[in-house]
Design a protein around this ligand. Structure first.
Ligand SMILES: Nc1ncnc2c1ncn2[C@@H]1O[C@H](COP(=O)(O)OP(=O)(O)OP(=O)(O)O)[C@@H](O)[C@H]1O
Length: 237
């Protein structure tokens, strides 16, 4: 069974350097996909290539059957493949309300703007309490909520999250994890890069270890894994 997102023999990188080498993976046929692996080995680059932010040098990326490699990020979002990037890249002088409105820029999302806003605020009630507050005055966790909330405003058919809990204090991290699980329970398939292995195991049915820009190991749906197994994969024991 093929996935909603199929990546075949993908090579991509920056300048003269290839970061991803002939990478192949299938995403979305069996629930959420978790990506993990050491820092600097290409997870973010993979997400950026999928979203059209990094050029694919060779190989193919298909979403719902459509070839999307090197399409513009705008048209990829228009197809429903939406990326909430690492580090909450938001406009600091916009309010929460203005940020969320920006997420609804495609015709498809505009048609569903009200329902999407309702869904985002149900998942992140804190955002409605602070609707007119500027992003630069928010905490890291609140910015992450705005970032994912804005992605929800784009009517995702699949949502890509890059380290949604990175650097958060335990209480707010717990809130974010719960929200991500709620988004998944609402029926949006997820692709998640995450360093918290326990959370990744709870969330994902299918996992890939990315090492040196390639798939170094795959944990298939139905295969049980615990924290220790993942660590053994990480450290090659
Ligand atoms: N804009 C860029 N220009 C040049 N090299 C880059 C750029 N972005 C990333 N790289 C390099 O590409 C390699 C892979 O980085 P990437 O961010 O994809 O790794 P990662 O696995 O997501 O790591 P992390 O978990 O730390 O985010 C690294 O060597 C990094 O220095």
């Amino acid at each position: 069974m093929s996935g909603l997102l199929e990546i075949t023999n993908l090579t991509a990188g920056y300048g003269r350097i290839d970061v991803l080498h002939d990478l192949t993976m299938s995403i979305g046929a069996h629930g959420n996909v978790g990506l993990f692996g050491p820092n600097g080995h290409g997870k973010t680059t993979l997400l950026r290539a999928i979203s059209g932010l990094v050029k694919a040098r060779s190989g193919s990326i298909r979403f719902g059957g459509a070839a999307i490699a090197n399409q513009t990020p705008r048209s990829i979002v228009g197809l429903g493949l939406v990326h909430s990037s690492q580090g909450n890249r938001l406009f600091p002088d916009l309010t929460i309300g203005e940020c969320l409105a920006l997420g609804a820029y495609t015709p498809r999302a505009r048609a569903q703007e009200e329902a999407n806003r309702e869904r985002a605020l149900k998942i992140f009630p804190k955002l409605s309490e602070r609707w007119n507050q500027k992003v630069r005055t928010l905490s890291g966790g609140e910015r992450q909520m705005v970032s994912i909330g804005t992605a929800l405003m784009s009517s995702p058919a699949m949502l890509i999250l890059d380290e949604p809990t990175l650097g958060l204090a335990p209480k707010i991290k717990e809130e974010l994890c719960r929200a991500v699980l709620d988004i998944s329970a609402g029926g949006i398939p997820l692709v998640v890069v995450e360093q918290d292995v326990e959370f990744l195991l709870e969330l994902s049915q299918h996992l890939y270890l990315i090492n040196h820009g390639q798939v170094a190991a795959e944990i298939k749906p139905g295969q049980t894994m615990d924290h220790a197994d993942i660590m053994a994969l990480y450290f090659g024991q």
